[in-house]
Design a protein around this ligand. Structure first.
Ligand SMILES: [Ca+2]
Ligand SMILES: [Ca+2]
Length: 196
């Protein structure tokens, strides 16, 4: 047995011994003390993501999309925002938008996308929530294939697209600085910074 064979044999033997003794192989795992139950449908969430796939096998189709919990109406109950993509140009088959679900405070949610002003097609991938204008209401930044979109929360149950007025128009990848007061403060001035 040469040196290389000996080292390979030793490594295999050590790994085998480790696996045999590992708790991972010692039977079923202990109870965690809790379980998750799928309540998507009973909670009123009827969302289907559209990645626009038509056979071209484009990279963004594989990236999925983001989601966020946010209390957009300030009632103290977390609402749900689900990012959506869309059909590719030249292969349009359906209208697909992000979805906003308002918390009904009883374990169910109501689709308020249209009345909230978010019935807007975009090839969304990710989302960030923050109060960029420090008015106490969380705003929404979608990161997209193409134009990123910033929606300002009016505080009256609606969002307004401020992408262009905020200086984000036609900036597909940028670093911007947004004044706000919430979770992504990067310095003592409590200003939000976003990197896209
Ligand atoms: Ca809420
Ligand atoms: Ca705000």
């Amino acid at each position: 047995m040469n040196r290389r064979s000996f080292l390979g044999y030793s490594a295999s033997a050590a790994l085998g011994s480790l696996l045999v003794r590992s708790p991972l192989w010692a039977g079923p795992p202990p109870s965690l003390g809790f379980r998750f139950t799928d309540v998507t449908t009973s909670a009123g969430i009827h969302f289907r993501h559209n990645n626009g796939a038509y056979g071209g096998k484009l990279l963004p189709e594989t990236l999925g999309s983001g989601c966020a919990f946010l209390d957009y109406d300030g009632d103290g109950w977390q609402d749900i925002l689900l990012v959506n993509s869309m059909d590719w140009p030249g292969h349009v088959r359906q209208h697909s938008t992000p979805k906003l679900y308002r918390n009904n405070r009883n374990g169910t949610f109501t689709d308020v996308t249209r009345e909230a002003g978010l019935d807007v097609e975009m090839y969304g991938l990710g989302v960030a929530v923050g109060d960029y204008d420090n008015d106490g209401f969380p705003d929404i930044l979608f990161t997209c294939v193409g134009q990123n979109r910033l929606f300002k929360n009016t505080g009256k149950g609606r969002f307004v697209d401020v992408t262009n007025s905020s200086g984000l128009g036609k900036r597909l990848a940028s670093v911007l600085r947004l004044c706000g007061s919430t979770t992504i403060a990067t310095d003592s001035s409590t200003c939000l910074s976003a990197i896209m």
